[in-house]
Write a protein that binds this ligand. Structure first.
Ligand code: CA
Ligand code: CA
Ligand code: CA
Length: 457
């Protein structure tokens, strides 16, 4: 049944591709702007838009993708279990899909079953690898759920305070700022700590982002702001727990993880409490509730690799309405307001002869994968390797116009505080202050054109 759906899906996608291709005009540069992921683009604008394999995978690769797909959706259980055991003792959720809804963004409802918001915690200073120093009794992340007989580390309650922004034409937008309160801590927390709220981002297109040459990303940086446009941007360099060395950070909301595989192993480890060959000790190792027995890894390498391949080979959804006049006007304004200085519209991936779908592709990720100071309003005061408490990785904007489809109620920004893309823009500060001010000064018609352009991504 699954196979049939897959074949139908592929047939449908290729039919749609050829049909639309004839109907639409190419953009001025002779390039089809709809191809956000180059050859790894898929034509689907439904709730499943982020869930397709890239076209052209070999039979072997397709098989690995399908295995990874099943494991991504698999609910893990308490050990002992013949398969998919090892959940906990403390964890945040029971499967990847329960946070990355439809392979897309999550929902910021801490405590609820579908919650995809988690909290990192650190004391001042760094750990032995240059990363954030964890807290005694808690480590680096608060796990708010536990298996039977153990206690969750703590829960975090969220309340919001409102702030109103008024445009020159009188239109008002209400922004909500989250306030977090730690509750039910299983042991007393001593000393100062900072919390970093993180909402699950989408997981498609990551093979492409991983395949952007390091030199390209570094070339986007302008650390001393030599061109004087107020935008600097710098790369993060982080510890690779698999290769045991410092590398460029690309993934995570502060570019705090170097590769897809370490990100996936890290998710099993911290978010689900599942050990693997990369993270061999439970996240609660050395804490009160752990027996500290060094067992075999709970996750076989075969599954770890399949899941990593699954997210690397998820296709990017095509843009819609690229020839609509209002969308085109919105794109012009996006460039004029210098949004494109951080949200890079076009990037070229490197050559990878083993994986043609991600090799040498012209993609439109709308990110530079660099860290930017986003101002006090978005600051979490939490350091993550080189990222300071005001810095975040430029969020890729590809697919953002489909969040309503993939997630029902969409949420934007690192903690989901923004309910609309307009709210997300109004939170921009720091290096993005000038761009934000330009947006606020636009006429209502032009603001709508910008939002319509974002909706087409
Ligand atoms: Ca475990
Ligand atoms: Ca913990
Ligand atoms: Ca600059």
């Amino acid at each position: 049944m699954k196979k049939l759906k897959l074949i139908l899906g592929v047939a449908f996608v290729s039919a749609a591709f050829t049909m639309c291709r004839k109907a639409e005009q190419f953009s001025e540069e002779g390039y089809d702007e709809r191809l956000s992921g180059g050859l790894a683009t898929v034509f689907d604008e439904t709730s499943k838009a982020f869930s397709h394999a890239m076209a052209g995978l070999s039979a072997n690769d397709q098989h690995a993708h399908d295995l990874g797909d099943a494991a991504f959706e698999q609910t893990f259980v308490t050990a002992p279990a013949p398969m998919f055991g090892g959940l906990g003792p403390v964890f945040n959720n029971v499967s990847c899909i329960s946070c990355h809804h439809n392979d897309g963004k999550g929902t910021p409802t801490a405590g609820a079953v579908n919650s995809s918001l988690l909290f990192r915690i650190s004391t001042s200073g760094n750990n032995e690898f240059g990363g954030p120093a964890g807290m005694d009794g808690y480590g680096g992340q608060i796990q708010d759920v536990a298996i039977f007989g153990k206690q969750p580390e703590a829960q975090i309650q969220i309340t919001y305070t409102d702030e109103v922004v008024t445009y020159a034409d009188g239109t008002q937008v209400t922004l909500r700022k989250p306030v977090y309160t730690m509750q039910n801590a299983y042991v007393a927390m001593t000393g100062n700590y900072s919390l970093s709220p993180r909402l699950a981002p989408p997981v498609f297109g990551l093979g492409l982002l991983e395949n952007i040459p390091e030199s390209t990303i570094v070339s986007f940086a302008d650390e001393g702001d030599a061109d004087g446009d107020g935008i600097s941007g710098r790369p993060n360099y982080v510890y690779n727990a698999q290769r045991k060395q410092k590398e460029l950070g690309r993934f995570g909301l502060k570019a705090n993880t170097p590769t897809v595989i370490t990100q996936v192993a890290g998710a099993y480890h911290q978010d689900m409490g599942i050990t693997s060959s990369i993270f061999t000790k439970e996240s609660s190792w050395g804490q009160l509730q752990m027996d500290d027995k060094a067992d075999d890894p709970e996750l076989p390498d075969s599954i770890l690799h399949a899941v990593a391949f699954y997210v690397r080979s998820l296709a990017v959804p095509a843009r819609r309405d690229v020839n609509n006049a209002e969308v085109k006007r919105g794109k012009e304004l996006f460039v004029q307001m210098n949004c494109a200085a951080c949200h890079k519209p076009v990037v070229q991936t490197g050559v990878d002869v083993t994986f043609p779908a991600i090799s040498n592709q012209r993609i439109q990720p709308y990110t530079d994968l660099l860290l930017h100071d986003m101002g006090e309003g978005l600051a979490d005061n939490y350091n993550d390797f080189l990222a300071n408490g005001r810095e975040w990785r430029t969020a890729p904007l590809w697919g953002i116009g489909l969040f309503e489809k993939t997630n029902g109620t969409p949420y934007y920004l690192h903690d989901g505080r923004a309910r609309t893309m307009e709210e997300a823009i109004l939170w921009h500060g720091g290096e993005a202050e000038r761009s934000k001010t330009k947006f606020v000064q636009l006429s209502k018609t032009d603001r709508q054109a910008v939002l319509k352009f974002l909706k087409s991504l």
